[in-house]
Design a protein around this ligand. Sequence first.
Ligand SMILES: CC(=O)N[C@H]1[C@@H](O[C@@H]2[C@H](O)[C@H](O)[C@@H](O)[C@H](O)[C@H]2O)O[C@H](CO)[C@@H](O)[C@@H]1O
Ligand SMILES: [Zn+2]
Length: 307
Amino acid sequence: MTALPDAPSAARRLLLVHAHPDDETIGNGATMARYAAEGALVTLVTCTLGEEGEVIGDELRHLAADRDDTLGEHRLGELAAAMAALGVTDHRFLGGPGRYRDSGMMGVPSNKRPDCFWQADLDEAAAHLVAVVRETRPDVLVGYDENGGYGHPDHIQAHRVAMRAYELAAEPDFRPDLGPAHDIAKVYWNCMPLSVLEAGFAALRAAGKKFPFPGVAGPEDVPGVVADELVTAAVDGTAFTDRKVAAMRAHRTQIAVDGPFFALSNDLGQPMPATEYYRLVRGEAAPRGASPWEDDLFAGLERNPTR
Ligand SMILES: CC(=O)N[C@H]1[C@@H](O[C@@H]2[C@H](O)[C@H](O)[C@@H](O)[C@H](O)[C@H]2O)O[C@H](CO)[C@@H](O)[C@@H]1O
Ligand SMILES: [Zn+2]
């Protein structure tokens, strides 16, 4: 049981569920930094240690699964450094560090390892997350869409576990030993509005020869692209871009950063958005004024200290 940081019981509470160390910063780094700075209780649950990842740079390549197989332990440290950069103090691994191994990309042999997340029993994995939900009692849960954003097995499984835990945590008869039932007020899935994606890639093409990476990502490389009408919230993290960049750089084996662009180990550069987008899938959206999108994930929620 992790001691929660001291905070007024009326503090707003955000829980994020991610597949690997690095996903949280790529998708929600500015959002996490903003809410942590505003005094919210931000809890990150990461489902694997990222043991099957590729490694950027020759000097650390020995960590890879087909060499020393110590990348997971190394990425645990990268995640801790990234959380320090974002000001997030409550980050945990589903079932404890190493309980579920990174499954690798869809279709590779490591998908069949009995200890990998893709082979996990859904209700058993969800029970680990129910324990966190009932302890931290979040107002808002952030996860992936049913395709995990881009079809990676661990992302799909993280979606399934998050949505199953959302249901089970609210059931008073389910595992009362894990604490009193808790009904999360709002659930969002990470997404990227098509119009924002197109503008970002237009800026990337305009960079021309100054573009710092050998390859250019395409829209198919960006997870969770949806029509603008499906987007509910846009969280402006501009004020926290420096923290997001520092956290991206902390994930040194996975992410290379250059100016307003970043690339994964595939060396395909893509824009690094300062605003992060969300699709509400459970709960009620707050009434919106002129903007089509909420600007705060907690919009419309009373600060209920007894939740
Ligand atoms: C962002 C993300 O989910 N990264 C995962 C992903 O890594 C990609 C994978 O190695 C792919 O083969 C590369 O081309 C791409 O550049 C990588 O981002 O899958 C890894 C293995 O499951 C995982 O460790 C990593 O966190
Ligand atoms: Zn991932």
